[in-house]
Each structure stands twice: as structure tokens, then as C-alpha cells.
Design a protein around this ligand. Structure first.
Ligand SMILES: [Fe+2]
Ligand SMILES: [Fe+2]
Length: 267
């Protein structure tokens, strides 16, 4: 097992306070007296939308249809120019993200009342996004346009924000049905999303990045993490006031300890 390089450690140190900040946003929501069935339905439907319709590739509509289309286009080239393992990776990603959609949609359906509409991907497409989520998507797309591969790496790196939502949701132990179904959904998603984030980290040390690349990667990822704080806070109906978000954006929160062992690095 290799040790993480100094550059990689520096990158992780820069991101860790923002991971903690995102966890704080989610915790504030779960503890908030304003939390209600309606607010749970809203954030769950927004999360479902992210799992189904968001994606890194602007040309491809979402984490479900995007990879499906791509695979259809590549089908005839498998092992004739396209590595079968690349396709296998895509089918795994497709399965994981659709499983996440299902997990949060199941939670939504378990707590909705008679008057609340059942969930489906089409109703989520146009109505359940929110400006701060669009802004994050545009920021990532802009980073990819301007910086190519480093922009893609930054987006992978900030995916899920160290799983703050999923790890905080998984801790819910309340007696309510809502707490139980949210905790179940979050637990089922946590491992996948953690490994997606690790994918963003794994291999960076073998990429032969220049010092300038490392610095750019760190700057882009930090900018995306700041946008994620607005995205999450708005997703949950602003449990933290703007002034507190601005403070958290300075990156001075007590950092989350990165699990190097789980990421496959020697201590
Ligand atoms: Fe996901
Ligand atoms: Fe993911």
C-alpha cells in the first residue's frame, strides 16, 4: 500500500473543513423544529432529482439516461476499440445511481400522505431543481470547459461532499417513520457514494500532475465545495442563516478526519 503524497494530503486538508461544514448544514436541518413531513418530502424529492438527472457531462442528460445512451452508442465497439471493463464500470455506475434514486424515492413514498403526489423521475425533471443546485452544475460544467481533465477530476472529488448527507442521515435514530426510512436510505447509499468519492481521489498520485495542476485542482474543488454549501442549505430549506454559510465558506470549520485506510493508503 502506498502512502499519500504531500500534494494529495494538502488537497484533502483543504477540502476537509468544507466536508465538516456540509455535515453541519444537514445536522442543523435534522435538529430543526421546523422539520416537517412536507420539508422531508421536498428534500427527498430534490435528492431523487439529483440521483436521476444530475450529471457531470453536460451533453448527457442525467446519471440514468446519460450512461444508457453512451453505452448504446458504444455497444458495437466493445473490444474493438472500447475496453469491456470501461463498459462494466459504466453499468456499475448506472446500477448504483439508480439504486440511490430508488432508496430516496422509497423513503419519499413511505412518508407521503394521501394528498402528496407519488414520485417519478419525469415529474422531478423540470420542477424539482433549485437555483443553488443549478449554480453548482454550471460551476462544474464551466470548470470542465475551461480546464478539461482537471475540471472533471475536481467534480469527481467533490461528488457527495464526503457523504455528509448520507452519514448524518444514517445517524437518525428517532422513533418516527420518517427518521427510520431516511436513515435506511442514507445507510444504503453511503458506501457507494464513499467509493465514488474515492474514485475521485484514487489514482491522483499516479497521474503525474504538475504542481500547477495540483494547485488548480485544489482551487476548483474548494470553489465547488463552497457552492455545495449553498446547494445543500437551500435543498433543506435554509436551516442555517446566510451569515453562517458565509462563515463556513471561509473553510475554518474543524475538519473531518479523512479515512486514509478506507481510501487504500498506508498510514
Ligand atoms: Fe448517487
Ligand atoms: Fe455517485
Amino acid at each position: 500500500m502506498a502512502r499519500a503524497s504531500r500534494n494529495l494530503k494538502r488537497l484533502i486538508e483543504a477540502l476537509a473543513p468544507f466536508w465538516a461544514a456540509e455535515a453541519r448544514v444537514v445536522r442543523a436541518y435534522f435538529k430543526s423544529p421546523k422539520r416537517s413531513r412536507q420539508s422531508d418530502l421536498l428534500w427527498l424529492s430534490r435528492q431523487c432529482r439529483k440521483e436521476f438527472w444530475d450529471g457531470f457531462d453536460v451533453a448527457n442528460p442525467g446519471l440514468f439516461i446519460g450512461p444508457l445512451r453512451k453505452m448504446l452508442n458504444l455497444a458495437e465497439k466493445i473490444d474493438q476499440g472500447v475496453d469491456r471493463h470501461e463498459i462494466l464500470d459504466m453499468t456499475e455506475g448506472l446500477h448504483a445511481e439508480f439504486a440511490h434514486y430508488c432508496a430516496f424515492a422509497d423513503a419519499y413514498d413511505a412518508i407521503r400522505g394521501k394528498g402528496d403526489p407519488p414520485i417519478n423521475p419525469m415529474m422531478l425533471r423540470d420542477v424539482k431543481s433549485w437555483p443553488e443546485n443549478e449554480a453548482l452544475g454550471e460551476l462544474r460544467a464551466g470548470h470542465m470547459r475551461a480546464h478539461g481533465d482537471i475540471g472533471i477530476r475536481a467534480s469527481r472529488l467533490t461528488e457527495g461532499g464526503y457523504c455528509a448527507l448520507f452519514s448524518e442521515g444514517a445517524k437518525l435514530k428517532g422513533a418516527s417513520v420518517a427518521d427510520r426510512v431516511v436513515a435506511r436510505a442514507c445507510r444504503s447509499v453511503y458506501d457507494d457514494e464513499f467509493s465514488h468519492m474515492l474514485k475521485g481521489i484514487a489514482g491522483l498520485d499516479r497521474e503525474d500532475l504538475s504542481q500547477a495542476d495540483w494547485t488548480l485542482l485544489k482551487d476548483l474543488a474548494v470553489e465547488q465545495m463552497r457552492a455545495r454549501l449553498h446547494m445543500r442549505n437551500a435543498q433543506f430549506g435554509n436551516p442555517l442563516p446566510d451569515a453562517e454559510i458565509e462563515l463556513l465558506k471561509q473553510g475554518k470549520s474543524k475538519p473531518i478526519a479523512f479515512n486514509y485506510a478506507k481510501a487504500g493508503f498506508a498510514a
